[in-house]
Ligand binder design. Structure first.
Ligand code: MSP
Length: 675
């Protein structure tokens, strides 16, 4: 009987386009799922999109689309990217789907109706972070969100509450009895101390907006987006929508999840709220929740609001999916934060893939083709210590790689396997098969056969182990070795010496062509062009002076031209295209080497954005913090001094004088649109 293995990614918010931060989690899960399939486990891999809530509703509004149209588009983008990258998810759940809606309502009823009073009505008065959809307890108006640091909004609503406080002891027992429930250990300790500090009941409905799943029997309320979202892990298996008996079977077969993989910022939701909801509903708990760290770019978390994202498509286009997968899992220590840079990516690609595994495969297979008519030769009985050392190293790699991989220490696992690649490279250099190939005596032929067999067998072992990480290239190498479809190989059986005499090789081709310096530039350019909204043509980079002058509400050259009507006036529709919004300055600093420029981070209510503005001669950066300003929010992003500017500040620009920021006498909520 094969073991079952159910693995999930978080479901991604659809307020932003996918980037390599999202790809990172999905790739890690894909890699784990592939390994389990190769080990013969009955594997189910779920991903999807999180589409309800106030943040999404506001993002749709800002894009002048209905929430459904907006979420349909961005959800499809995620799915298309995962497909393009060959990610092997078995199901893609959308929280706007009917099956999910029914499942969430069923879960609500189950918790409500079990006679323990776990759901009750009350009034919530306090702070809420729309960006993280988080209730922030025991703080005053405007207090920052503990996750993202954006100012929270004050909400006062009659809500349904979940009796989280009743689960404190049970949760502590869970973390203590099952030390592997939360991994790594640092996250477990954080959660333990959070729960030991006391749990307040949790508001689980909202009534001031409607983009969500209606609360059963009280449709004025929608279900709190985190209860809605977390339920995806069971609704996707058919929980609560079990009209289809296949689905009910799926739930019985795969639940509880073996692994929920998440980013470290959503630990509390998964490790405290989710098990408490499940306990309240009398459902089994997931076996393990593992949190990884963040991908950083230019030293901060890669995210849309910081404007520092890198798209997976760029890397896939230039170097291929395997390059991205290998880089992320080899370079970043899983569980910790890690930096991304194009230079490091290309360097790693060349050293480990092009010159490492790729080169080992092509030189070994080419020599077998040349010297043995493309048939695997049989090793001589007389082994040298060098041959035995490679076989021993390979046996050790099989064992160590598996242990490390099963602890999700991808980086160390790969390092171990690539240690074997280097050892075989050295072995080839020292044994000079090309010199042996020139000789026809029996001893040389037999030695040549041993050296090439040993090299090919080590290559086969690394290829099998690395397949879940770099599936495309390893499938090609496997086929070139005449071994057929690598996905059908039973990894449990992997051991030294299985390569058969006479195996006929396929055509040998390079799997990782070397990348030259221009690859970095090409990828950087592609990202800049996407950021500036250019399609195909190079973006016009506005000079600093033009940006400094462009502080009136007039759209700049790279924005869509506002169609002027004949007498020089514009229509109301034209004006409506310009999205002016109230924003609050969170940080301000001078841009090095540019006298006129300040770099600002401004809060728009739904997101924090970076702007670069030519106001340094008029304002000291410190005086701007907390100030409410007006920005053009829908201007195409552009780069100034290498920094992305996401919008433009509105100011009066007196002839020959310094700019004066537009502001208000009355208090206006952050994010309000000017009309
Ligand atoms: N919708 C919620 C999750 C609900 S799960 C029931 C959410 N979505 S998210 O789109 O903001 O982020 C989801 C996940 O994307 C993160 O937990 C993390 O796994 C991944 N990442 C997004 N940005 C990332 C980085 N910069 N670095 C690493 N992972 C990142 O939270």
């Amino acid at each position: 009987m094969s073991k079952k293995f159910y693995i999930t990614t978080p479901i991604y918010y659809v307020n932003a386009h996918p980037h390599i931060g999202h790809a990172y989690t999905t790739i890690a899960c894909d890699t784990i799922a592939r390994r389990h399939r190769m080990l013969g486990d009955d594997t189910w891999f779920l991903t999807g999109t999180d589409e309800h809530g106030q943040k999404i509703e506001r993002a749709a509004q800002a894009a002048a689309k209905s929430p459904q149209q907006f979420t349909d588009e961005i959800s499809a983008e995620f799915r298309a990217l995962w497909d393009r990258m060959g990610l092997t998810y078995d199901d893609f759940i959308r929280t706007t789907s009917e099956r999910h809606k029914q499942g969430v309502q069923a879960l609500w009823r189950k918790i409500r109706d079990n006679g323990n009073g776990y759901i009750y009505k009350g009034t919530y008065s306090g702070q809420y972070c729309v960006s993280d959809e988080l209730y922030v307890d025991a703080v005053g108006p405007g207090a920052p969100c503990p996750i993202c640091d954006r100012p929270t909004e004050t909400v006062h609503e009659e809500n349904y509450y979940f009796k989280l406080s009743a689960f404190q002891d049970k949760l502590i027992r869970l973390y203590t009895d099952q030390p592997d429930f939360i991994r790594p250990e640092t996250r477990r300790n954080e959660v333990l101390s959070f729960v030991r500090g006391g749990l307040r009941d949790l508001s689980i409905s909202r009534s001031t907006f409607s983009w969500g799943i209606p609360v059963p029997d009280d449709p004025k309320h929608v279900v709190y987006v985190w209860l809605d979202a977390l339920a995806n892990y069971i609704t996707a298996l058919g929980y609560g929508s079990g009209s289809n008996s296949n689905d009910t079977r799926k739930f019985d077969k795969y639940w509880p999840a073996d692994l929920h993989m998440i980013g470290k910022e959503i630990v509390r939701f998964h490790c405290v709220y989710w098990p408490a909801f499940l306990m309240a509903a009398g459902l089994p708990l997931p076996k393990c929740i593992t949190a990884h760290g963040w991908l950083l770019f230019e030293e901060s978390k890669m995210s849309k609001s910081r404007g520092n994202i890198v798209r997976a498509e760029t890397i896939v286009d230039v170097l291929g999916t395997d390059a991205l997968r290998y880089f992320l899992l080899r370079e970043v220590v899983f569980g910790q934060d890690g930096s991304f840079s194009f230079d490091a990516l290309v360097q790693r690609y060349n050293s480990d893939l092009a010159n490492g595994l790729g080169n080992l495969a092509s030189r070994t297979l080419t020599m077998i083709t040349r010297y043995f008519k493309a048939e695997v030769p049989y090793p001589a009985h007389a082994h040298t210590p060098a041959d035995a050392a490679i076989a021993d190293a390979a046996r050790k790699v099989i064992a160590d790689y598996s242990t490390l991989f099963d602890q999700y220490q991808f980086s160390r696992a790969l390092e171990t396997a690539w240690g074997l690649v280097s050892a075989v490279d050295k072995y080839i250099v020292e044994n000079e098969p090309w010199s042996l190939g020139d000789k026809q005596d029996e001893e040389s032929r037999s030695r040549l056969a041993t050296v090439l067999y040993t090299s090919a067998e080590a290559l086969r072992i690394v290829t099998a182990l690395a397949h879940p990480v770099i599936p495309d290239a390893t499938a090609k190498i496997w086929a070139q070795m005449g071994l057929g479809d690598i996905r059908k190989f039973d990894l449990k059986q992997l051991q030294w010496g299985q390569l058969h005499l006479g195996t006929k090789l396929g055509a040998v081709q390079a799997v990782f062509p070397r990348a030259d310096k221009s690859a970095v530039e090409r990828m950087q350019k592609m990202e800049e062009q996407t950021a500036s909204g250019a399609t195909g043509v190079s973006p016009v980079q506005p000079s600093e002076a033009r940006q400094a002058a462009a502080m009136s509400a007039t759209p700049s050259a790279s924005a869509k031209p506002v169609a002027a009507i004949p007498d020089g006036k514009i229509s109301i529709d034209d004006f409506a295209k310009v999205e002016l919004r109230v924003a609050q300055v969170k940080t301000a600093e001078r841009v090095k080497g540019a006298d006129k420029l300040l770099r600002l981070e401004v809060d728009l209510g739904t997101e924090v954005r970076q702007l670069v503005a030519g106001i340094a001669e008029a304002y000291e950066p410190e005086t701007l913090i907390g100030r409410k300003i007006v920005i053009v929010a829908n201007l195409a992003p552009r780069k100034l001094r290498g920094l992305e500017s996401n919008g433009m500040i509105v100011a009066a620009a007196p002839e020959g004088g310094k700019p004066v920021l537009a502001s208000f006498l009355e208090d206006v909520p952050v994010g309000t649109r000017l009309k």
